[in-house]
Design a protein around this ligand. Structure first.
Ligand code: CP3
Length: 344
């Protein structure tokens, strides 16, 4: 059957005059209705695990802006939570986890296929969304890529340079590899269940891929992504996968071919023309407007939207930001971005 949803068409390789658009962190703190629902849930994690309210915040930006895709509301750190590493969020600071740095810590984690009871509310969120989304809106599931999730598990929090994870990789490679292996397997199980619950596309967020260099990039960004995609394709051959090896630089080149990804998401440090010449020749690309334009708006935003649309216009493209929208963004600028893309 021919695809009718704009997002799925681009992932299928179609070139569209007006590309589909969605936005990383489109459900988030820049929206007053999100802040109200989060307050109703109590806190961020309670919101993630409350299927009705998580579906509600997923739908808010669809109602307000009419994006072509909805990304289920959850977080990449729910996998370590499900594996048994304690997770909590400190308001204004970010995530905290119990650290996994010794064989003893690792021994306390559950097996990759024992995560589903804990993650059942996420699958329920997807089933609700499947029912409630407009017919033209694609539903995206996601997970963190193993390296990025491991950096949080090892450090117990976000870090500017991922130093604790790099240190464990150097000092105890057996344990480090065991953590990556467990996360790889858990991610396969998690994404498979998301697909069974209604996700039509899945995305792997490797936000810290850029700190892996040389053989480390191959072993810990590319290889786990390849394993996950190959297992998913064996089970669900028609479900497209978007890979986001953020700030990979030259590592973006050939990444889709090597991993089997159907689309590569670009951060805003790469130039659009470079991506056209080096990546869009082989695969659909997503991106890559700088999130700052959602704060500043005006003519520079309009110019950038038109420039990016034009530059990517000869191949398959999904319009998006190069990273998540920030809490200080103005929703009016989001509306302006969409109007410019569709009518400008
Ligand atoms: O994009 C979406 O709308 C879907 C939901 C989503 C969230 N996080 C919700 C969220 C997705 C896809 C993520 C991915 C995620 N989470 C990543 C990868 C993408 C990236 O941004 O690089 C990472 C590294 C995380 C881990 C995480 N979650 C951090 C470091 C933080 C704190 C920083 C921050 O932005 O506050 C979070 C919290 C978080 N995840 C929020 C949201 C809406 C804000 C929490 C709040 O409402 O208080």
């Amino acid at each position: 059957m021919a695809e009718t949803k704009k997002l799925l068409k681009s992932l299928n390789g179609d070139v569209q005059t007006i590309p589909p658009i969605w936005m990383m962190r489109q459900a988030g703190r820049y929206l007053p209705e999100y802040r109200a629902t989060r307050a109703q849930a109590g806190d961020f994690l309670s919101l993630c695990y409350n299927s009705e309210l998580a579906a509600e915040v997923t739908l808010q930006p669809i109602r307000r802006f009419g994006f072509d895709a909805a990304i289920m509301f959850a977080d990449i750190l729910l996998i370590p939570d499900a594996l048994g590493a304690d997770l909590w969020f400190v308001t204004g600071e970010g995530p905290r986890l119990s650290t996994t740095t010794t064989e003893q810590d690792f021994g306390k984690l559950v097996h990759a296929d024992a995560i589903h009871d804990h993650l059942a509310p996420i699958y329920e969120t997807l089933r609700i969304l499947k029912r409630e989304l407009p017919a033209e809106t694609a539903l995206i599931g996601f997970a963190g890529a193993p390296w990025t999730v491991a950096t949080y598990m090892i450090a117990g929090r976000g870090t500017p340079d991922q130093a604790p994870a790099h240190r464990l990789k150097a000092e105890n490679p057996a344990l480090f590899n065991a953590i990556i292996g467990r996360l790889t397997n858990a991610t396969i199980e998690y994404l498979s269940k998301q697909i069974e619950a209604g996700a039509e596309v899945v995305k792997l967020f490797d936000s810290w891929a850029g700190s892996l260099k040389g053989a480390d990039f191959t072993n810990y960004a590319l290889e786990p992504t390849r394993k996950i995609i190959s297992a998913l394709k064996a089970r669900h051959p028609n479900v497209p996968v978007i890979a986001f090896p953020r700030e990979a630089g030259d590592g973006y080149i050939g990444f889709a071919k090597a991993t089997g990804a159907d689309c590569v998401a670009l951060d805003n440090s790469v130039s659009a023309q470079w991506a056209v010449d080096n990546i869009q020749t082989e695969v659909c690309v997503q991106g890559n407007l700088a999130p700052q334009h959602m704060v500043t708006g005006g003519q520079p935003l309009i110019d950038e939207v038109l420039r990016i649309r034009e530059t990517f216009s000869k191949g398959p493209h999904i319009f998006n930001l190069g990273h998540g929208i920030t809490p200080d963004a103005n929703p009016d600028n989001v509306a302006l971005m969409i109007d410019t893309l569709r009518n400008g």
